[in-house]
Structures are given as C-alpha cells and as structure tokens.
Design a protein around this ligand. Sequence first.
Ligand code: SF4
Length: 452
Amino acid sequence: MNVSDSEVVARLLSDNGYRKCEHLEDARIIFVNTCSIRENAEKRVMGRLDLFARMKKKDPGLKVGVLGCMATRLREQLLAHPAVDWVVGPDSYRHLPGMLGSSVAAPMEVKLSLTETYADIKPFRGVNHGISAFVTIMRGCNNMCAYCIVPYVRGRERSRDPFSIIEEIRDLLSGGFREVTLLGQNVNSYCWTPDSDRDSCGFEPDQDDKTDHRTPENGQVPVTFAQLLERVAGISPMLRVRYTTSHPKDMQDDVLHAMAGHPNICKHIHLPVQSGSNNMLKKMNRRYTREEYLERIAAIRRILPGCTISSDMISGFCSETEEDHAQTLSLMEEVRFDQAYMFHYSQRPNTLAARHYKDDVPEDVKIRRLNEIIALQNRLSLASNWADVGKVFEVLVEGASKRSNDWFFGRTGTNKVCVFPKADSKVGESVHVRVTSCTAATLKGEIVNENQ
Ligand code: SF4
C-alpha cells in the first residue's frame, strides 16, 4: 500500500515541478513513507530520521517530510524531531505541493477523510518501470481487529470509482505492464455506488457529454469486488490480475467463481487466518470461527482446484495458551498453506487490544511459538513446491535472478517465485517453465515449448 501511495505522491509532486532522484545524496527534499503496523517498522523509521537529522546538520537546506501511518499516529511528536519539516497523513497528500511551496503553510496535515481515494491521480511509476503494478481500489478499513492499528491511522473504508480503476489499468497495459495487483485492506468489501465518492475524485462530466459515466454499463449498482474483478480481467487476456487482501468473513463464492471464469486471474488467494483457536479469533475480533475459515478453504478447493493459499499468523496474542497455539499448528497442518507471513504479537497503542487486554504472553514464549509456526510453514511450503516438480507453469518474466545474470525470475499464476535460464526470453514475456527442483521459497526450472 505504501509503494502505491508513494507513486501517488510522486505524481502530485512531478506535476508541480519536482523531480524524483535516484540517490539519497542528490535529494533536496526527502520523504519517508511510514508504516505503524508493527513496532519494529516504526523503530526503523525513527532510526532513519536520526540519520536524516545528521545529514541536515551538514546541509541545513535539506528538508524532510514524514508521510503515512506514523504521521497520523505520532503527529506533533514527529514534528518535534530535529529532522522533520512536514508531517502528512495518508489522506492529505493533495496538500503537499502547497505545503512545500509556502513558508506560511502549516507543517502538518493529518486529517483522515471519508471520501478521499485519489481516483483522479495517475500514479507516477517512473521511466524504467517494471511489468507489474499495484492499483489501489479502496482505502481504509472498518474491521477493527483487536490488534490492528490500520483503522485508526488510515481511516474508514472507502471504495474507488471503478471507471478510474479501469482507465488506469488500460493505461498500464498500453505502457507495457503485464500484471496488476488490486490493493485494499479488505478487497472483499469493495462496494462502489455512484454517490460514494462524487465529492472526492474531482470527476466532472463535460457539459455536452450526455453519457452518465458513473452508471456501470451493465446497470448493476453497486459494483461489488467480484464484478470489478471480472471487468478488470476482461480488459485483455494479455493482462494478469492479482489482488490482496481478502478477509475470511467477507470472501464469498462470487469472487471464487469470477476467478474460475477468467484464466488471466491468478489462482492464488491470500486469506489471513491469524490464529487457529476460536478463543483467540474471538478475542482478536476477527468475526469468523475456525470452522467457518475451514469452510472457506473447502470452497476454494472445490471451486478453484489447484489454487494456492497463503496466510498470516500471529503468535502470542493476549492470553494465548499452549492449547491455543497447538490449534494454530493443527489448522496449518489441515489447510497446508503454500506460503505464510508470520509474526509474534506486538502491541500497538490505542488498539482494542491495548485498551482492553493484557499483553501477557512473555516475549520468549511468543518467539518460541513463532519459531514453531515458521518451522512448520517451511515444511509445508517445501512440500507444496515439491508437488510442483515436473509440472509446467506459465511464468511472467519479471527480471534478472539474484543468483545469476544468465537466469531470469518470475512468478507462476499460483504466486510462486520461479528461476530459470534466460534462453531467448525477454522481461515482460510469458514463458512456459518446467519445474525441475525447488527450495521452500523458490521453484527452479527450464523454459519448454508450450506443447512439451
Ligand atoms: S481487516 Fe483487520 S487486520 Fe486487516 S487492516 Fe482491517 S482491521 Fe487491520
């Protein structure tokens, strides 16, 4: 999300005469786009700001702005840091050009919006862009999971006008992009109606143009995520479509059927479970049970055979017992996730958990449980990758592999990273790769003829 937001900021600034530079040392203004989701992320930003403060001592003309979630959370506290000149929250980026150009403008804008989606801003993706782009389809979140700071720092959920999404993706395709990832904190609750963002996106129909651009062609209002997904997939069979993130309580079969009906929608779903214990899920305010989660997994297996599934897991949430932890391990075994993002719980200020629960699982226990989760997931990921050895996958070539300049890397539709000798292939092409071996993280293979 921050990559995508930074591209919006880069557009706003480049349209106002600023130029992006490649090296920190060349910059006259530095922006740090920040994340508050874990304590560690914030600590790293503070370390960066200390570095910028030292740079400013040698070069007093240098300016620094803090953007993103930490701006909303820490406000004046950030402004008091010797490095910081501006503090700008995720819904206030339109103020940036004015703030930079004026010595009288307030140095802080952190108000959250009920309507801002930056729908009319064409993100700046640079000159040497890649072939895969993030496209934000909604902002904020209404879910209030007990451990999560997102609703407090990114505001209420709002869906972006589908016309601007389609237009942006068409532009990306004609600019050489071959893959888009539709982004939202909870894409399953995407829901756009003609009035939902009239005030924010700046769209004003031409007076002589009698077409109602805000009524979807098929007459269906509101537009749901499944409908949006189908429209995006229908833009071109040349375009691969991914999305993230799904919420298990909101992921309905219509999305699965949309995926099944379009070969160019990648067969991978990120469905964060967080815990396998009903006690923990209730305390986390996730609003589904272990049984309901497993039912959603069964629906994915039924409607989308071969679809890979990844997840998020948190170890050591408030009052988690050994039995709760064992339930997480057993759920992982049952689902056999292909990939996962795993963390130990870190309390975030002002969240439901911080206000109502004790962070009472000792640090060493959190870490030991996390290590058990990671060890299990490594075994599951390796088994999932071994099951692909001998199979042929369509892989979108994304760039040179880190292992060797003679090799490329790309991803399968099932979201697995694959490395292979370049042969005659080019970045941006889709090639067929037979998997010959693997690690838990990567498939290794060779390009084969489509019919081999
Ligand atoms: S769904 Fe829950 S975890 Fe995800 S962003 Fe919203 S509140 Fe946070």
